[in-house]
Design a protein around this ligand. Structure first.
Ligand code: SF4
Length: 354
């Protein structure tokens, strides 16, 4: 059953796999790494232009390591999950400082880089160096759970161990690069999460889930995703052509990105009545202002959170005494990296204010 799996997968790859990507088949670990980081939690069509942009701006890992943080964040803008970008930069600098600018070529050294887990390390090790490490991502969990009829939850410790051992056993000796690429493509085009192509599948003859009619129930996950709602009210305070912003720090979302004066509330508020909120007046430090407008609500969906944002546009009538925020010329706002919701607001000209 295992030999059948590997043989059929490899011949499907050779005869029917027409999925093309700019990084497919290349051996340059830097490009492979960049594509893997950009594509985590991102659709290929969305990630592709970012990959091209990064390769053009930073053709080598040394170029990326030497780039200013702010510039790299701006290139990343719109991709979300900024921790990935931060880790990517840290890893590039780690390659320069610890490995003399040469991408490491063992699984352990690759995995020692910031932001690289077992999946990405296996992808780089196999694609760039043909090392025998099987990738284990959502695609692989799904295919193996269905083909072998495995009901152990993929997010349990036992499940992770079981799937990792099985994936490693299935790896074609000496062909890990081809095998890993084949299984990832197979998950994307054949054994898809919804409506898998079972009638055309070369594994169908031995697929346990197909025989037991459990395709739709597999793979099993034990935890349900809990999505938290958050309500952000951004005060866009302007004084003499300058607007107040700050860089987000700490362990929350959007680290290192910028934002306007933020008031977060546990429940939605009527933005028209915000001026009577004590938190609002305290944020403004008694700055006298005129109200220029209130935007519609913007929504940004993150993996574990939904962010609802509204923007309240004010003009201060005298120098504001705002602490923790810096005043920057309105015309220079585009030089700062912002989360998608603020970029959407800045690009939405309906208020006619920016
Ligand atoms: S038969 Fe269907 S469920 Fe089974 S491996 Fe093929 S595509 Fe996946």
């Amino acid at each position: 059953m295992k030999a059948f799996f590997t043989d059929k997968l490899l011949s499907w790859n050779q005869l029917h796999n027409t999925r093309t990507m700019p990084w497919k088949g290349i051996r340059d670990p830097y490009r492979i790494w960049l594509s893997e980081i950009i594509l985590q939690q991102t659709r290929v069509e969305q990630g592709l232009p970012y990959y091209e942009r990064f390769i053009t701006a930073y053709p080598t890992v040394k170029d990326l390591a030497a780039a200013p943080d702010e510039e790299v964040f701006r290139h990343w803008q719109g991709l979300g999950y900024y921790a990935r970008c931060k880790n990517m930069l840290a890893a590039a600098r780690q390659i320069v400082s610890e490995f003399n600018g040469r991408f490491p070529d063992t699984f352990e050294q690759i995995q020692s880089l910031k932001g690289i887990g077992p999946y990405t390390a296996a992808a780089i090790a196999s694609f760039a160096f043909n090392l025998p490490h099987a990738v284990l991502d959502g695609n692989v969990f799904r295919i193996l759970a269905r083909y072998f009829g495995i009901t152990t939850p993929t997010d349990s410790t036992a499940g992770k161990k079981q799937f990792a051992a099985l994936a490693q056993e299935l790896l074609a000796p000496g062909q890990s690069a081809i095998y890993n690429q084949a299984i990832m493509d197979f998950g994307a085009v054949m054994c898809r999460p919804q409506q898998p192509a079972c009638p055309q599948c070369p594994l169908a003859a031995k697929c346990v889930a197909l025989q037991q009619q459990t395709v739709a129930q597999l793979p099993v996950k034990s935890k349900k995703l809990v999505i938290k709602k958050r309500y952000f009210y951004y005060i866009v305070l302007e004084y003499k052509g300058q607007v107040f912003i700050r860089k987000r720090t700490g362990n929350d979302i959007w680290q290192n990105l910028h934002e306007f004066i933020l008031m977060e509330t546990p429940a939605p508020l009527d933005a028209g009545k915000l001026e009577s909120e004590p938190a609002f007046t305290s944020l403004l430090q008694q700055t006298p202002y005129t109200l220029d407008g209130i935007s519609a609500a913007f929504k940004q969906q993150l993996t574990h959170q939904t962010i609802y944002s509204q923007f309240i546009l004010l003009t201060a009538v005298k120098q504001p005494a705002i602490t923790d925020y810096m005043a920057v010329p309105r015309a220079r706002l585009e030089q700062y990296a912002f989360p998608k919701t603020i970029t959407d607001f800045l690009q939405n000209r309906s208020l006619g204010l920016f």
